[in-house]
Design a protein around this ligand. Sequence first.
Ligand SMILES: [Zn+2]
Length: 351
Amino acid sequence: MSPGTLLLANSAVVGCALVRDAWSPGVRVPDDGGQLTSQRVRRRGVLLGAASLAAAACGRAAARVAPDTAPTLIRGPARVSAPVAPVSGGHHGAANPAGRPVPVPPMTSAPPAQMTGRATVPVLCWHQLRSWVPTDSAYSRSALICPPARFREQLDALAAAGVTTIGPGDYLAHLRTGIPLPPRPVLLSFDDSQVSQITEGLPQLQQRQLTATFFVMTVVLGKPGWMSPRDLRRLRDAGMTVAAHTWDHHRADRYTGADWSVQLDQPRELLERLLRTPVEHFAYPYGAWSTADFPHLRHAGYSTAFQLSDRGVDRAEPLLTLRRLLVSSSWTGPQLLAAVAAARRPPPPAG
Ligand SMILES: [Zn+2]
């Protein structure tokens, strides 16, 4: 999501808005939503007000996040699947003809400059997929809310252009090792966990045999208008990638103290517990990042982190500053393809 914007405009939560620097003591936090307790939430005070207020306003019934009963996480040392050349419709790794996992050596990473030179895969980002309502701002209509007919037109254009969707694991393998990607690779992504991405987005992707990555903020899971843990498993089972987008969408360039754990560690742990699969990809809320984030992202176990395309990549940490392009709902199919073509150029270094 871009800087300075409000998060919520979902039709299911019309009237809700993330009001920063506000605190709503009545909010209920999912019991295992990053393993937060109400006391820990209160200690963080206003820093956690934004999405908490959203949750209070948008989900007073506050469905609890249902934990899995038998959390058996499948985790490898760094990556559990081979960095195979991906194909459309699947990117989750290797198996031999008999269906057994193929052991692979750990990946070695290229120097940062070489990875930066390889960072030419367009990464597209949508938010809500719904019709506009009168209270939607002009900015939200353009950047955050894509009407279903336009979204379908955009996907049709991508499919007709012969793109191949890849996942962040494929992109990571390519950046680290140079392993080839399929022709015309793109990475499609969705932010913020709105349920319209399940009801509208997922079927449209599947109809076109496209895959995508869903960056989830865990505070809203299970609340009306937002994804549920079951939705996350549905995405996983459909060959999509579920990735992290913090607990409550606070800017990652302002974290201090417990924020690192609450926003980076605990959401990943929760998603892995719900999905029983590694979660190693992250997107910065509002695209905002700081170099101070990098050691904490590494410590939390993230291999990639995605910003937006208004900044260059960090010279030393290209994997943690991969760029994404906000898709405008004003773009026709040809306009989207033009933006995709422009995004295939190597990124500049961050200034
Ligand atoms: Zn976001």
